[in-house]
Design a protein around this ligand. Structure first.
Ligand code: FE2
Length: 240
């Protein structure tokens, strides 16, 4: 198995993810043992909460890679960010001052959980004209999508990517979120499934999520979301 995890919080002390190098190593080893051969670190960039600049995240990532050293039990690593879409962060991302996925073709975006910002459709379009495909993190966790898949389905039909949080499938965030995830899976809306792991304690939930995913969509469906979708977003020149 060589899954690609496009959503993780594995850089110590830059957001609400792992706090120490030991936890980073434990989480990464665990993800590797679950089948993830490549993991992209996606620390939060969020106004007022996580004021992370791309250059500082790059330095923290390089320090992590150096500290981990050569270790066959670890996945290979990449760096991007989870951009919380507010006015400030979106302007930065659209201006090329964000941290898209390696290869620069796509960027992970997170929306407010209770209400979508006005004009979000136009913002997604702005990004796509700039050659950056928005990838919506865990749409199943957003209240406006608990009862139905619009507007996500429309966004997806226009080229936006949707990314499942594996832990949603086993009820980590609640029943509404789990049911929305199952519906979106059945509707074929997702391009990618990812861990969104923040600490080693999440590993059993990620493992259960992988099993639930395979039960729901079969082995080939799971492979599409864990291998093919992520690779398509990274592009052939992204180092895996
Ligand atoms: Fe996240």
């Amino acid at each position: 198995m060589s899954f690609v995890d496009l959503h993780s919080h594995v850089i110590p002390a830059v957001d609400d993810g792992v706090k120490t190098l030991d936890d980073a190593r434990a989480l990464l080893r665990g993800l590797r043992s679950l089948g993830f051969a490549h993991v992209v670190a996606t620390p939060h960039i969020r106004t007022a909460l996580f004021e992370n600049e791309p250059a500082a995240l790059r330095r923290a990532f390089d320090a992590l890679v150096a500290a981990l050293g050569d270790d066959d039990a670890l996945p290979s690593l990449g760096l991007a960010a989870e951009h919380h879409v507010d006015d400030v962060v979106f302007e930065k991302l659209a201006a090329g001052d964000g941290l898209p996925y390696p290869g620069g073709r796509a960027a992970l975006v997170e929306l407010p959980e209770t209400r979508f910002p006005l004009g979000i459709d136009g913002r997604f379009f702005d990004l796509m004209v700039r050659g950056v495909r928005p990838v919506v993190a865990h749409p199943e966790r957003y209240a406006p999508l608990f009862r139905g898949s619009e507007p996500l389905a429309t966004w997806v039909s226009r080229g936006v990517g949707a990314q499942l949080d594996l832990m949603s499938l086993v009820g980590r965030y609640g029943k509404n979120q789990q049911r929305a995830a199952e519906r979106m899976l059945d509707q074929g809306l997702y391009l990618v499934a990812a861990s969104d792991a923040h600490k080693p304690e999440h590993l059993p939930l990620v493992e259960a999520g992988l099993l639930a995913l395979e039960r729901r969509v079969g082995a080939s469906g799971a492979r599409a979301l864990l291998v093919d979708g992520p690779r398509a977003l990274l592009g052939e020149d992204a180092a895996l």
